[in-house]
Design a protein around this ligand. Structure first.
Ligand SMILES: Nc1ncnc2c1ncn2[C@@H]1O[C@H](COP(=O)(O)OP(=O)(O)OP(=O)(O)O)[C@@H](O)[C@H]1O
Length: 244
């Protein structure tokens, strides 16, 4: 893979790759009068390539490090060791300005708690971090319709159900046309109807050109994905269209 120029085209196909990636979690806690630090190795020596577009499920047992791996592949956490490449660049070496550009122009994240601000309106949540002037009201209403949301545009997002908030978060990612969509347990606590809608929307983002990464326990998400990264005993096994 060649290194991309800093002025790369916004239509560059998304791609994430790792080389000898190692992840560890460190926690510090008080034990009586002393403080203890425990460091746990979660992923060792993982080398793989995720060429986009596509839908990748990150799976493994509870506590195996799925969220940690997702956040690391999004460039939000530094790896303990090894190399992470996003858009062909060493993402661990990105400075804040480059990171901001990635999140402004290329990436969207859907948190386990949807990342929706309940006090803000659906409109404000949709355009959070974007220039409101970029979109007409019709475009915004259309994006809500696309995810099957028929909710008060100017009402607070707090009145939406969990599944509706999840779809609002996905509408935001779709509206931005993000090349990378990172989703942490996107179907957790949804009923089967909402779950299927969310999976279909993530599938659509991938079919539309995005690289969608979802950390998940959900067999339905795994079945809908093109490939999986499975964490087991600190090893990452790659299957499907992703490459070792
Ligand atoms: N910020 C942190 N500080 C300390 N330890 C952490 C941190 N984040 C995660 N861990 C630890 O790392 C391990 C993996 O956590 P992670 O949330 O990635 O697992 P997971 O596979 O997503 O789990 P689950 O399926 O239960 O959500 C856990 O033991 C957790 O306690």
């Amino acid at each position: 893979m060649s290194l991309a120029s800093p002025n790369q085209s916004p239509t560059l196909p998304p791609e994430i790759s790792t080389s000898h990636l190692c992840l560890a979690a460190e926690s510090t806690y008080s034990a009586g009068r002393s403080t203890r630090t425990v460091k746990k190795s979660l992923v060792e020596n993982a080398t793989f390539s995720l060429p986009g577009p596509g839908f990748v499920a990150i799976c493994g047992a509870s506590g195996s490090g799925k969220t940690l791996l997702l956040n690391t592949l999004a460039g939000l956490l530094p790896p303990a060791d090894g190399l992470l490449r996003i858009d062909g660049e060493n993402a661990s070496a990105w400075r804040m300005k480059r990171r901001r550009r990635f999140w402004r122009e290329r990436a969207a994240i859907i948190h386990q708690d949807h990342g929706i601000i309940p006090e803000l309106s659906c409109e404000d949540n949709l355009t959070l971090g974007l220039s409101r002037k970029q979109y007409s009201k019709e475009e915004l209403l259309h994006s809500l319709g696309e995810v099957g949301l028929d909710v008060p545009f100017d009402g607070p997002a707090a009145i939406l159900s969990g599944g509706e908030q999840q779809r609002l978060a996905i509408a935001r990612a779709l509206l931005r046309g993000a090349a990378y969509v990172f989703a942490d347990e996107p179907t957790a606590s949804l009923d089967p109807t909402n779950r299927d809608q969310v999976i279909a929307l993530l599938r659509r983002a991938a079919d539309g050109g995005a690289l969608v990464l979802a950390a998940t326990h959900d067999a339905a998400v795994i079945a809908a994905a093109d490939s999986t990264l499975r964490i087991n005993d600190r090893q990452v096994t790659v299957s499907g269209s992703a490459r070792d």
